[in-house]
Each structure stands twice: as structure tokens, then as C-alpha cells.
Design a protein around this ligand. Structure first.
Ligand SMILES: *Cc1c(COP(=O)(O)O)cnc(C)c1O
Length: 383
């Protein structure tokens, strides 16, 4: 069996042709593909505005800035995420706090969030960064209720969840990143994610004033829009109105992203087929814990939990199956330890971390490969 990784990008002839066509065009960057990709992506998730940026981390950084993070601004996030979800607050000079997760969804536990809020003076926290971990959609309707109660903004880290949704109290599907509850949502187009650009990111929102701020922050704080200028010296004139960055996504990457986006729905279906096959295989095994199947899950990751995680990880490696662990709790990282966070602070995520393993999950994983993975896992426990 060829090596089977936990995640993998897919490239088609159409993707290659889309990139070549753009390579042969007049614009490699700052051209027409960017607005096209933004519009199509906004449509896909059901948001009004989208801003394409260099990567998911850049998306988080300028989102934090647009939401007003600076020194003495305090923000809550999940410890079960990629470090970037927390780092963005630090980039902007703010302070990050972690609340524990729920055991049965692996998402931020809103009761723990409220407890954390109440442990500080009123008005201490300004924002919350919920994460659609593994592709499971956060119930943002409930999150929004809490956010309104304590006057917090919401930045949804939806990197794992394009196409994912939760069902709201009226029975409606609410897609990740649709902007109906969160102020901003961010996505990544790193090759292990659903849609790949090499590197790439997107911010979605329904709030026009935030959208305008993000456009400025993406390109050095510079604008040429006549209606925004303080003066106007002529056709060449631009103003740098705030301290921004070069966080642009190139036209080449947008062309690739758009081509990939066309298959996103179909690929999400494939992820569900794979999840259902794992689900069926592992449902009744006493030595594995899995979460129930969820139609609104985007299945970026398929995670099992076992007491013998390390042994299983090492065994599968000898069988050419390369699993991964998502994630080491962020507050355990030496940098965050140096800020005063301690092991033992968040027992639910810490207990989860000792047991979790992400199995191969990507649209081109064949049934034969998946059967091999399932067989080897059973073989490990039953041998
Ligand atoms: C991938 C990822 C990011 C960062 O995205 P990059 O494009 O790699 O910068 C942030 N948050 C989560 C949850 C991610 O999975």
C-alpha cells in the first residue's frame, strides 16, 4: 500500500488549465480573478462580502485589527485549535484567554465561557473566537446570544468548515461563514483544507464597514477609491489611511481556488461517504470512542479517541498510514506557558488530547485504502 496521509489536496486538469490561463494573462496579482473568487466564495457560504488574503493567519490578523483588538483588549478562544486562532490577538497586542471545550462536540463550552466572563469585571472581554473544529459547525445562534449579553464581537474561525452548517432554532440551515451571527469569519486554503490555493485565505462578513476596513488592511492601508480620499491630486493619487500590510492573494492562486471551489460540494459529499464508512466500522467497538455522525459536519478531520493513542499511531505508521493529532492544546505550547497558562487549567481538552487521533480523510481516499485503514486499526486492537 502506498503511504496514506491524514489529509491531501486534489489537483485536476481543469485546475492546471485555470492556473496556466491566468499565467498567460496580463495580471498575476491585483487583477480580475480576485473579485471573481471573492464573489463565488461569498455565494458558496452565503455571505454578502468576502476578502481574499494571503493565508488563514493573515485573515485572522487583519480581522482582529478590524474588530479593534489592541493593547488591553481581552478575547476568548478555544484551546482546541491551530495556534493561529489565538496568535492573531497577540499580533494585535491584545490578551487571549481560553475556555474549555464540550466533550461531546469538541467545541467551545458556552457555560465555561460564561463562567470565565463572570470571573472578571464586567466589560473585561471584547470578543470571542469560536472554532468550527474538525468541520463541526459551532451553534452561532447560541454564541450570539451570549455575545449580545456581554457585548462581545464574534470572529468565527471556519478554516475546517466550508460547506458545514448548524440548524438554528427555526429549523434553518446556517452555513459556516454566512455572517448571520458572527461579525467576521475566516477560512484557509492551505492544501490540507477543503479548497487549496497553495497558501490562501478568505474573510467573509455581512458588515460593510468591516469589509471596507479589511480591504484597506489587506493592501498597506492604501485606497484609491475617490469617495474615501481626503484630497485628490489626479488619476495617480492614492492615500495610505491606516497601517496595513501586503496580505494579498495572487490571481494565480485565485484561479486555482475558483477551480477547486467548483468541486467543493461534490468533495464534501465524498468526505461524508468516508465519514459514514468509518462510522459504520467503529460504531460498536468497545476500545474506540467516536462522535455521532452529523449531516452539517464538514468532516475536515475524522477523529477517533483511544487510551492507546500513541501505540496505535506508531503501529499505523509501520503500516504506511500516517495519522495526525489535532491539536496539542494551545495553552500547553511553551509560548503560552510563558504567558502564565498552566497544564491542568482545562481538563476536558487535556483529557481529549491524550486520546485523539485524526484518521485519513480526504476526497481522493479510495474505498480500498479506507478499508485497509479500518482493517489495520481493528488488527491492532484485536491481534
Ligand atoms: C489552517 C488553520 C489556520 C491557519 O490557516 P493558514 O492558511 O495555514 O494560515 C487557522 N485556524 C485553523 C483552525 C486552521 O485549521
Amino acid at each position: 500500500m502506498k503511504p496514506i496521509p491524514y489529509g491531501k489536496q486534489e489537483i485536476t486538469q481543469a485546475d492546471i488549465e485555470a492556473v496556466i490561463t491566468t499565467l498567460q494573462s496580463d495580471f498575476w496579482t491585483q487583477g480580475p480573478k480576485i473579485a471573481e473568487f471573492e464573489e463565488k466564495f461569498a455565494q458558496y457560504v452565503g455571505a454578502k462580502y468576502a476578502v481574499a488574503v494571503a493565508n488563514g493567519t493573515a485573515a485572522l490578523h487583519i480581522s482582529a485589527l478590524a474588530l479593534g483588538v489592541q493593547e488591553n483588549v481581552n478575547v476568548i478562544t478555544s484551546p482546541l485549535t491551530f495556534v493561529a486562532s489565538a496568535n492573531c490577538v497577540r499580533y494585535a497586542g491584545g490578551n487571549i484567554f481560553f475556555a474549555d471545550i464540550e466533550e461531546d462536540t469538541l467545541l467551545l463550552d458556552l457555560e465555561k465561557v460564561e463562567k470565565l466572563i463572570l470571573s472578571k469585571p464586567l466589560g473585561f472581554f471584547q470578543g470571542i473566537i469560536p472554532v468550527d473544529f474538525a468541520g463541526k459547525a459551532v451553534n452561532l445562534e447560541k454564541t450570539k446570544k451570549l455575545a449580545e449579553k456581554y457585548n462581545l464581537w464574534i470572529l468565527e474561525d471556519a478554516c475546517h468548515a466550508p460547506g458545514g452548517y448548524f440548524i438554528d432554532s427555526k429549523g434553518q440551515k446556517q452555513f459556516c461563514g454566512n455572517g448571520n451571527f458572527a461579525d467576521l469569519a475566516i477560512f484557509s486554503f492551505h492544501p490540507v483544507k477543503h479548497i487549496a490555493c497553495g497558501e490562501g485565505g478568505m474573510i467573509t462578513t455581512n458588515r460593510q464597514e468591516l469589509y471596507e476596513k479589511l480591504l484597506l488592511l489587506r493592501t498597506h492601508g492604501i485606497t484609491k477609491k475617490p469617495e474615501l480620499l481626503q484630497e485628490n491630486h489626479g488619476g495617480w493619487y492614492y492615500e495610505m489611511q491606516t497601517l496595513g500590510y501586503n496580505y494579498r492573494l495572487t490571481d494565480l492562486q485565485c484561479a486555482l481556488g475558483m477551480s477547486q471551489l467548483q468541486r467543493a460540494k461534490e468533495n464534501l459529499k465524498k468526505r461524508h461517504q468516508i465519514a459514514l464508512r468509518y462510522q459504520k466500522a467503529f460504531e460498536n467497538l468497545p476500545y474506540l470512542k467516536i462522535l455521532p455522525y452529523d449531516e452539517g459536519h464538514a468532516y475536515h478531520l475524522y477523529i477517533i479517541q483511544t487510551e492507546k493513542r500513541k501505540e496505535l499511531y506508531d503501529f499505523l505508521k509501520t503500516k504506511n498510514i500516517f495519522c495526525q493529532v489535532h491539536y496539542i492544546p494551545v495553552h500547553w505550547q511553551p509560548y503560552y506557558q510563558s504567558l502564565g497558562f498552566r497544564k491542568g487549567d482545562l481538563p476536558v481538552v487535556e483529557n481529549y488530547y491524550e486520546k485523539c487521533l485524526s484518521l485519513p480523510m480526504y476526497p481522493t481516499l479510495t474505498e480500498e485504502e479506507q478499508n485497509y485503514v479500518i482493517e489495520q486499526i481493528k488488527c491492532f486492537f484485536e491481534k
